[in-house]
Design a protein around this ligand. Sequence first.
Ligand code: CAO
Length: 445
Amino acid sequence: MALVEVRVPDIGNFKDVAVIEILVQPGQSIKLEQSLLTVESDKASMEIPSSAAGALREMKVKLGDKLNQGDLIAVLEGAAVSSPPVPPPLPQAGEGTLSPPPLAGEGRVGEAQPVPTPAPAIAAALPPQPSPARRGGSEPSSLPHASPSVRKFARELGVPLAEVQGSGPKGRILQEDVQSFTQAVMTGAVQTQAQVQGGAGGGAFNLLPWPQVDFAQFGPIERKELARIRKISGANLHRNWVMIPHVTNHDEADITDLEALRVQLNSEQVGVKVTMLAFVIKAAAAALGKFPEFNASLDGDALILKRYCHIGFAADTPNGLMVPVLRNAGQKGVLQIAQESAELARKARESKLAAADMQGGCFSISSLGGIGGTHFTPIVNAPEVAILGLSRAYLKPVWNGQAFAPRLMLPLSLSYDHRVIDGAAAARFNAHLAALLADLRRIVL
Ligand code: CAO
């Protein structure tokens, strides 16, 4: 049976190119033009195609070998005579082709017989791109190292190779790295730069540009720059709104008895103003204990369940929205919660919150009860997975079995991350919370 040697073709001026990837195995059936291995110089990487078809009897090179034109790569068995050359692949977007070599070294064993073969596809220099922060800036403006097949794979998926962290030798990007990156983007664990910039240009969602209107043509205007806090919270809200699949469950708690207790406590002058918010924080901490997936954060494909319970609450300040965090809410009494939340709200309004006062939250509460409204849809405060909105309590006729009786109802709006929490779980959480608020004695059960 005829044996055919496959040799390194003309690779231009490249010398001592290193074998960085072997793409075939002995015994495998090789097609004409099939890539056998990837070599890499200090400037580019390229795949070496087979100049014949047949079964691969032996690879004559191993990883790390240095090759030059004419070196023996492999021996094929039962090889068919090579077909006429096909044109070299065209350069792809962002990728060029370096001097296509016209010849491949090939000959029957003992009978050197070079024939023209197609040029290897050569991954040429991409324009240097700024290294994303994820790479730790360790490779400033360096090319993403990847073989042409990996580049092709990334292109097909639309993966920006410059943003992929390589796990191969010298940081080379492997096919698995492209797959992991794709998975991370799909689960929301990683954003591509296009996604990050999408907010400004609409690029990621292919949206229309933001309308540019000269408002002055319609009447007098005044331009006022956004406060720093509003800019920061706005960027966070925007990310959370876009990245989290939100659903809001609405319910109502009968707080008639609780409000009577609150009024009574305040009349007893217990040393602090007891607020409805303090009762809700206490009840929410108890509900989080019963429904641990609400006290959690997504981490890629995993859920981080927290064994602590710190609750944030939205505070309206002259500079914009702030969310101070009340620590270990489940371990504190309502009076202590009332006192600490009042102190945190005061610090928020006076811009005196320390960074630590706003960190570590597990769940947030946004109370608009002092202002008005019936229900609303709060935005989940990532990386938390749920937020509770409180609207203004109102008197409602409720059937008690014999008659309609006036009851004070507190609207509860629970927004949740539907990737983590199912609608049924949200309804149960809200119903449980409402039951606790209707009869706070249930907290000790
Ligand atoms: N239903 C009816 N009345 C309510 C109520 C409710 N759900 N919640 C509070 N109230 C009453 C209070 O009892 C109080 O009345 P009195 O002065 O007669 O006792 C009055 O409304 C004002 O309460 P408050 O809002 O000042 O106090 P609080 O403890 O309930 O809330 C805080 C504190 C910090 C949450 C609140 O000041 C605040 O900033 N709210 C806005 C939060 C916000 O902006 N959320 C939106 C975020 S997303 O944009």
